[in-house]
Design a protein around this ligand. Structure first.
Ligand code: HEC
Ligand code: HEC
Length: 378
């Protein structure tokens, strides 16, 4: 037995084995080092981040001048819109995901149709169901709007230049530089995780008992197999039995479709727009395989700072309670055979379900209101 469990403390109801301590440690530390993106030459650069934030709030990127990224990815709402399915010019098929910690991902969108943060940022600008814009409009804005042209020059080191498509990509790279700064704050779980690693029982006791019991269930149920590491996602795809009908008779093929879109994209990492001369950043895209088992798979979402719901790729569940009920009762018949060893009905009691929800809530913190964006060219 390990020292931690054996030691007498004032309130020691939840005991942790050495194996559990190692498993808890793997969900941190938080925050991780700032993300890097060699495919984006302005990633991490202060002036590009300023330009990106302006563009994120810029409705003139859209055809009717009425929709910006922030119409759906709302800052005060954990960067989503609280809807089951996003509403662009029409209702979309999927939910707006949070953008917290998006800089650490390598597949983007629920179906992984994007392989970089900048290429993913182009999609909504061009999609006729979303902002319905085009490269010419974005390029003209960067060339002709005085403030944006100035912001561009500061970010890229020269006046807006090149063809329309290149300027669209540059705008997306500034958008990506901004979004990569959206790292979620430390949550109550993080203080507990660090206390466990340090063996600091006093600090551990400050983490609610219900959350500790819920964390134990999370580990025992092997949720971490998919919700892995500091972000609580392995960044890959899975099927946990969420119905994927869009409308009667029409299904969302998820990852299977995403891989076709990725291969056919003018903006993937194999394109001329990748700034990484080494080619290393394109390896994953070059070698990814499209398998029939990808049908109906969706990206494993991070469990940090998920927001108030709804949840899942199509907002199928309104609350975390509903999500936990699903994992408790899921019918193995509804799963891909390859998901079966990982997802199985947990048959939780009401108290256990409440504990698991209590734990999941400790992965989020109250977020301070965002200050207004800094000016482009002070
Ligand atoms: C009409 C609502 C809407 C607008 C406007 C919108 N988005 Fe999104 N965003 C979504 C939806 C829905 C998805 C999920 C798409 C999918 O999986 O097919 C998404 C996905 C993303 C992702 C992937 C996140 C992840 O976790 O993989 C990024 C990044 C993103 N959007 C950035 C942007 C940027 C930048 C803009 C503005 C240029 C923008 N979005 C405009 C609704 C919107
Ligand atoms: C096989 C991999 C896998 C396992 C194991 C797994 N999940 Fe998930 N989880 C996913 C995927 C994939 C989704 C998104 C599914 C979708 O949108 O259709 C998801 C979604 C979620 C969501 C919703 C997040 C959001 O923002 O929409 C929560 C909460 C969640 N899982 C918690 C858990 C818990 C708790 C466990 C353990 C009982 C668990 N998961 C086990 C893959 C997994």
């Amino acid at each position: 037995m390990m020292a931690l469990a054996a030691a007498a403390v004032a309130q020691p109801p939840v005991q942790w084995s050495e194996e559990e301590v190692r498993a808890i440690a793997r969900h941190g530390p938080w925050p991780p080092p700032a993300p890097r993106d060699p495919s984006n030459r302005v990633a991490g650069m202060a002036n590009a981040i300023v330009l990106g934030e302006q563009l994120f709030n810029e409705p003139r990127l859209s055809a009717d001048g009425a929709m910006s990224c922030s119409s759906c990815h709302v800052a005060g709402r954990d960067w989503n819109d609280g809807r089951a399915r996003a509403i662009g010019r029409t209702e979309l098929d999927r939910r707006t995901p949070s953008l917290w910690n998006v800089g650490y991902a390598y597949w983007f969108g629920w179906d992984g149709a994007g392989d970089s943060l900048w290429s993913q940022s182009i999609r909504p600008i061009l999609d006729p169901r979303e902002m319905a814009g085009d490269a010419g409009r974005v390029a003209a804005l960067l060339r002709e709007d005085k403030a944006l042209a100035c912001g561009y020059e500061r970010a890229f080191g020269h006046k807006p230049s090149g063809d329309d498509e290149k300027l669209l990509v540059d705008a997306a790279k500034a958008l990506a530089a901004f979004q990569a700064t959206l790292v979620s704050p430390r949550a109550p779980f993080d203080a507990f995780r660090d206390a466990v690693v340090a063996g600091d029982r006093e600090a551990m006791a400050r983490y609610p008992q219900a959350a500790q019991r819920g964390l134990k269930i999370f580990l025992e149920a092997n949720c971490s197999a998919c919700h892995f590491g500091p972000r609580f996602t392995n960044g890959e795809f899975g099927d946990v039995g969420i119905p994927f009908f869009i409308r009667p008779g029409e299904v969302d093929p998820g990852r299977l479709d995403g891989l076709s879109k990725l291969a056919n994209s003018t903006f993937n990492l194999l394109s001329r727009h990748n700034d990484d001369a080494s080619g290393v950043s394109a390896l994953r895209t070059r070698h990814v395989q499209r398998l029939h088992s990808n049908f109906g798979e969706f990206r494993v979402p991070s469990l940090r700072q998920t927001g108030a719901g709804p949840f899942m790729h199509n907002g199928h569940f309104a609350t975390l309670e509903d999500v936990v009920k699903h994992y408790s009762e899921v019918s193995p018949d509804r799963l891909h055979s390859d998901a079966l060893p990982l997802v199985r009905p947990l048959a939780l009691t009401a108290e256990q379900s409440a504990d698991l929800v209590a734990f999941l809530r400790t992965l989020s913190a109250d977020v301070a209101a965002r200050p207004p964006p800094p000016p482009l060219c002070p």
